[in-house]
Design a protein around this ligand. Structure first.
Ligand code: HAM
Length: 443
């Protein structure tokens, strides 16, 4: 008998004098298993992404799931992602490592480490589809392990590259059947613009310092721009009159931003200038953007977000290159596509079903492998069930051809082949099985 001992926080069981901890064989919070119809949606989405990246000249890159913590954690970094959400740990060699919370910094580390800029035309265009890890409060569209498709175009500072990058993201949402996306855009300007704006924000928020949340008090010191991204303080009265970045842009930055807006207009990409858009990460300069569903009221619906990062490559001891890119949450992309288009269940089918009767599984397997050598989808029944039960299973897979193998067939090196459509049956030698099946399938 098992007695549950509720005295313990995590339930324990006493069994025959032993104490056994209850093992939780469950998903960790904020993670998901992906399988069945969902998996085929993922495969479709990834196929669309890969095809489009090829059209735009992006090649795939894979970086490690974990990096040295310094790769993600810049000195005095003000972002929530770095300060609160990283899965950091020490390995057995006492190294400080972190599970990748985002793609960009690992890519820049790799770009500089392998000197990808030598001997090639710029920009270097890279894309990735990889899991990311953030310790955040899970809710709809927000997970602790999620997957990002992202692109980075490194080595060219050009407004049309920013536009092309947004165009690729937008095109993918369209191809996924999502019809109501608008791209929110803003400019944070060049270094001088941001320095001026930071000073203006500090002056403005100084009298309200005591009214700000604890995080914003930290942001005030580290990077006052990030106060504008605060979900806690954003509805407070004094926020409405906070200085706008657009009023502090240098002429060069103004022109750059105007070029981006013109480019978006020419490509008919729906956009809206959002004065307070600053993005949650510290490295952005000039253009920043987030693509959201038009009628979205929720907080977690940004499909893809990104921007330009002038200075990031340099901070990794690389050349003075700008880059631009975005990250797109694949879970969000798929969820929204399913919300708008429904899900079309994928039926598993097979061209050939091999029924085995008696101790003949080794012979049936040989036939199955021959068929698969010839790219014929083959289901092999090794269950030793009755003929009727195996026929039922072949029906479920809508198999056009059934191959029946029993003791006699194994001894004589033959097989019985049934054409389920024309209701014909053939007795053929082992070497003729493939040709007969192909003939029935019309290949
Ligand atoms: P991010 O805005 O932090 O940017 O993430 C990009 C996208 O990843 C979001 O728009 C969202 O779709 C998805 N995402 C983020 N967090 C979660 C989560 N907890 N659960 C599900 N989906 C999530 C970056 O990561 C930048 N590295 C993007 C970038 C690339 N900027 C320049 N290049």
């Amino acid at each position: 008998m098992i007695i549950k001992a509720s005295l313990f926080k995590d339930a324990f069981y006493f069994k025959k004098g032993f104490i056994m901890a209850e093992i939780k064989y469950q998903l960790p919070r904020g993670t998901q298993d992906i399988y069945g119809d969902d998996m085929s949606l993922w495969q479709q989405a990834e196929q669309i992404i890969r095809d489009q990246c090829r059209l735009y000249g992006y090649s795939e890159i894979r970086t490690p799931v974990f990096e040295h913590t310094e790769v993600f954690k810049a000195e005095n970094d003000s972002s929530d992602m770095v300060n609160k959400e990283m899965y950091s740990f020490k390995d057995n060699g006492q190294r400080d490592l972190t599970l990748r919370p985002e793609g960009t910094k690992g890519i820049i580390r790799s770009f500089v480490e392998h000197k990808m800029y030598g001997n090639t035309d710029l920009p270097v265009k890279l894309f990735y589809i990889e899991p990311m890890f953030r310790y955040d409060r899970p809710q709809k569209g927000r997970y602790r392990q999620f997957h990002q498709f992202g692109i980075e175009a490194i080595g060219l500072r050009n407004a049309m590259l920013d536009v092309e990058c947004i165009a690729l993201g937008y095109r993918i949402t369209k191809l996924m059947g999502i019809n109501n996306v608008v791209v929110l855009v803003n400019s944070l300007g060049d270094k001088q613009s941001r320095d001026n704006y930071r000073k203006a924000l500090k002056d403005y928020f100084n009298p309200y310092l005591q009214c700000l949340c604890d995080d914003c008090k930290r942001r005030y010191q580290q990077n006052p721009l990030r106060i504008l991204d605060c979900k806690v303080d954003k509805d407070k009265d004094f926020f409405i009159n906070a200085p706008k970045c657009k009023d502090y842009l240098t002429d060069t930055s103004k022109k750059y931003f105007q070029d981006v807006l013109n480019g978006l207009e020419q490509l008919n990409i729906p956009f809206k200038v959002e004065d307070n858009l600053v993005r949650g990460l510290d490295y952005y300069t000039n253009t920043v953007f987030e693509a959201v569903p038009v009628d979205d009221e929720g907080q977690q619906a940004t499909l893809f977000g990104g921007g330009q990062y002038d200075g990031l490559v340099n901070s990794f001891n690389g050349p003075d290159y700008a880059g631009v890119g975005f990250g797109m949450g694949i879970e969000r992309l798929i969820n929204l596509s399913v919300e708008q288009n429904g899900i079309c269940p994928v039926k598993r089918t097979s061209d050939v079903y091999i029924i085995s009767l008696g101790d003949v599984n080794d012979y049936s397997l040989k036939i199955a492998e021959r068929l698969r050598d010839n790219k014929i989808v083959t289901a092999l029944d090794l269950s030793a069930r009755s003929l009727k039960a195996q026929f039922k299973s072949s029906d479920r897979l809508q198999s056009r051809v059934i191959v029946i193998v029993g003791e006699d067939e194994k001894t004589n090196k033959t097989a019985v082949i049934k054409d389920t459509e024309n209701k014909e049956q053939f007795n053929v030698n082992f070497d003729e099985v493939v040709n007969k099946v192909k003939e029935i399938l019309g290949e």
